[in-house]
Design a protein around this ligand. Structure first.
Ligand code: GLC
Length: 463
């Protein structure tokens, strides 16, 4: 029997047992990944076949690939990650461009307030940007590509209604409304001569931006605050559209974060369930909640607290900071996973100085590092499963192709890409590495939105 506040060091066998149990809980086996891919392919087919499927497979109205020859000045807005970004691109042709950009912080109050206020805030940022960096030809309307990284059911390249919020946004008065109309109205209220020529998901922007320079790119993936992917689908594959299709292929915004909301195949632990239950969107975005930056730290926190409650970590003592929901940031995982010092000094710094846990032993820090490693590795393997499912669906798994990826989880979590490659090799053999390449498409979504705005604007003015 262990009493509160008594100091007790865990024996090495106890530590080994704890590590082994965590490994068992948080590991996705190769067989499980195969099951996930099979289910993923079924869900993709359902989403292409009818409206209302869990993975909605939303047609983006983006057809064809950019050539790199596009020219002109176009603005882009990027909402949906950590910041709002406003940019102006000058496309010079031959794959060349220059950019001015500015980031603005979107407060938590705006994220959860009224949509009208959020739109007014965005309009103010655009206004501020134009006065500071804007073009000189203000007599004609500036054309803007709006990267809005939420599930939007599009009816045209510049029309679409919000299905539901994700990633901690929860503005009232937006669901089932046309987001472009709402933002365009805010521009009108401020007398801004800016026309929203296209609404673009961040995955689609990322794919476009990367294809501009690398035509062999087949998928755009975001592994950041949220997660999602898009790819080119054949016109005949979009079965839910019964009318005649005037294009060969169209980019599909999958909204894969909603995969397995039914909880059939994903390996959910008590830590995931706790996170889901306490989130503002319980039983939604289940895949996203196991992969993306908004959630990984919280899974680690839940696992740590579970051990604290059993006197298996920090001598049974937590801290006010660690007890807070979202108190353990995903960014801490980057430091802890990279910590290879014998005493795990950076881990100690985060636990004791940042999170104010009174004292930690080396064993404590080893356990925490192990949890971070496992949660990150599981996220990488599940991401690989999603990518493998898309590549299998399109047939690109057997051909050379490039997957363009953006987002902090992919960019900053040490070993993330390597863990994805390991999973792909387990599934398809070592030679897969010669065919499928991952490429970081940093901040591509704004640029991609500008390209889509340009194509849309030219099409609208020539018809
Ligand atoms: C969420 C959004 C999706 C976006 C992804 C990455 O899953 O619903 O639209 O692409 O996050 O930002």
């Amino acid at each position: 029997m262990v009493f509160p506040y008594s100091t007790r060091r865990l024996s090495s066998t106890e530590v080994e047992d704890i590590l082994a149990k965590l490994t068992q809980e948080l590991t996705v086996t190769t067989d499980r990944i195969r099951t996930i891919i099979k289910q993923f392919n079924e869900e993709m087919d359902k989403g292409l076949d009818h409206e209302g499927a869990t993975v909605p497979m939303i047609p983006s109205f983006v057809t064809g690939r950019p050539t790199g020859k596009e020219t002109g000045r176009y603005m882009a807005l990027d909402l949906g990650g950590t910041n709002l970004r406003v940019c102006e691109f000058h496309l010079e042709g031959q794959g060349k461009f220059s950019v001015h950009q500015q980031k603005y912080v979107v407060s938590d109050q705006l994220k959860k307030g009224e949509m009208r206020h959020l739109c007014d805030f965005i309009a103010d940022c655009v206004d501020n940007f134009i006065s500071e960096h804007g073009s000189d030809h203000l007599d004609e309307a500036l054309q803007l590509g709006f990267t809005f990284s939420f599930p939007v059911l599009q009816t045209a390249i510049n029309r679409g209604t919000l299905m539901h919020w994700t990633k901690g946004f929860n503005c009232s008065g937006a669901i089932n409304k046309d987001v472009v109309v709402m933002l365009q109205d805010a521009f009108l209220r401020k007398n801004l001569n800016v026309n929203i020529a296209a609404i673009v998901n961040d995955t689609v922007g990322t794919l476009m931006a990367h294809t501009y320079l690398h035509p062999e790119t087949t998928i755009g993936v975001i592994l950041g605050t949220g997660t999602n992917a898009c790819y080119y689908e054949k016109a005949t594959g979009i079965k839910k559209w019964k009318t005649e299709k005037q294009f060969d292929d169209m980019v599909i915004n999958m909204e894969w974060g909603a995969f397995d909301n039914e909880r059939r195949v994903l390996p959910l632990t008590i830590y995931d369930n706790k996170l889901d239950r306490e989130s503002i969107n319980p039983r939604q975005q289940i895949f996203e909640k196991q992969i993306s930056g908004m959630y990984l730290g919280e899974i680690v926190r839940n696992a740590m607290l579970h051990l604290v409650d059993q006197w298996m970590l920090f001598n049974g003592q937590s801290s006010a900071d660690l007890n807070k929901q979202w108190g353990f940031e995903t960014a801490y995982m980057t430091t802890i996973i990279a910590d290879n010092t014998p005493a795990l000094a950076s881990t100690e710094h985060i636990l004791q100085d940042v999170l104010q846990i009174e004292t930690t032993t080396l064993e404590d820090r080893q356990i925490v590092k192990h949890i971070c490693d496992l949660v990150a590795r599981r996220a990488a393997r599940l991401s690989a499963a999603g990518i493998a499912a898309v590549l299998s669906h399109t047939g690109d798994i057997d051909r050379p192709s490039v997957v363009a990826i953006d987002g902090s989880v992919y960019e900053f979590l040490p070993g993330f890409e390597n863990n994805m490659i390991i999973a792909l090799k387990e599934l398809f053999g070592d030679s897969i590495q010669n065919r499928i390449k991952f490429a970081l498409a940093k901040d591509g979504s704004g640029f991609g939105a500008a390209i889509v705005a340009m194509v849309a604007h030219k099409a609208a003015t020539s018809s």
